[in-house]
Design a binder for this molecule. Structure first.
Ligand code: NDP
Ligand code: 8X3
Length: 250
């Protein structure tokens, strides 16, 4: 069995592109997400290495526990964990926010990342080796109007990543945080609850990042020599200078 990478949220966007890129880099892939048919399609698409699918909702800690425990022994030596599953839900001033949206963002982006890490870390600790890549965001470095709870969830990912790095350094486990700016994926469709026109408008007038750009970066990060850790990377489209400053042409 080649080295193993587990990617959460591999059914779409950054996670899917990362699974494909890491497979090209020679990693066997554990692909996770809720949409089983998308996981199956990905498995068919990746020809280079073995792929193992785990379908679960990262919000459900029992399901996370059971899914990781169910891995066959030959799949248990996970070397790379990409904590990618997450989304924004809504874009409203705090006074108009929806409790369901707030729960979704904090439960998925923060608690989901913790639940998955909690189950995978013992597998890494056993071998005193591993690399966790947490997908944060520019929204974890800055806040912007109406981004309130999404920004809070990504600031939490930033804090958790720094804390993980401190707690795991004695065990030889690397922790990296990748903080993208605007990437055209299903992200805005989810944020705007299926309003594809509003979602597409987010990326009008400039060239956003592609999921593959983030996947390339993750592939680069995990293939550095053992003594090198790219601890934090902010990656932006050329047209983006900050969370709110974008050079739009139209
Ligand atoms: P997508 O909507 O394209 O992908 C989100 C992925 O997360 C899907 O595979 C989805 O799988 C998974 N996911 C969502 N909720 C759950 C859940 N409850 N349980 C399990 N899996 C879940 O968006 P992106 O690829 O853009 O987003 C990936 C990460 O990148 C997120 O953490 C996002 O915050 C971050 N990010 C995105 C940016 C962007 O501009 N696009 C910029 C900065 C960061 P499924 O629905 O099948 O469960
Ligand atoms: C996604 C990037 O700027 O839409 O994390 O919040 S942004």
């Amino acid at each position: 069995m080649p080295k193993i990478a587990l990617v959460t949220g591999a059914t779409s966007g950054i996670g899917k592109a990362t699974a494909i890129a890491l497979a090209k880099a020679g990693y066997a892939i554990i692909a996770t997400g809720r949409r089983a048919e998308r996981l199956e399609e990905l498995k068919q698409q990746i020809k280079e290495v073995p792929v193992y699918n785990l379908q679960f909702d990262v919000r459900d800690k029992e399901a996370v526990k059971q899914a990781i425990a169910s891995l066959p022994d030959e799949w248990k030596q996970v070397e790379v964990l990409v904590n990618n599953a997450g989304n924004a839900h809504g874009l409203s001033p705090i006074q108009d926010g929806s409790l369901e949206d707030w729960d979704a963002m904090l439960d998925i982006n923060v608690k989901g990342l913790l639940y998955v890490s909690h189950e995978v870390l013992p597998l890494m600790q056993k071998h005193q080796k591993g690399h966790i890549i947490n997908i944060g965001s520019i929204a974890g470095k800055e806040v912007y109007a109406n981004g309130n709870v999404y920004c809070a969830s990504k600031h939490a990912v930033d804090a958790i990543s720094k804390a993980m790095r401190i707690d795991l350094v004695q065990q030889g486990i690397k922790v990296s945080e990748v903080n993208p700016g605007m990437v055209e994926t299903e992200f805005s469709e989810v944020r705007f609850k299926g309003d594809t026109e509003r979602a597409a408008a987010v990326y009008n007038g400039f060239e956003p990042l592609k999921a593959e750009d983030i996947a390339d970066l993750i592939s680069f990060i995990v293939t550095r020599p053992a003594h090198v850790n790219l601890a934090e990377v902010l990656i932006l489209p050329t047209a983006q200078a900050s969370a709110t400053v974008v050079n739009k042409q139209s």
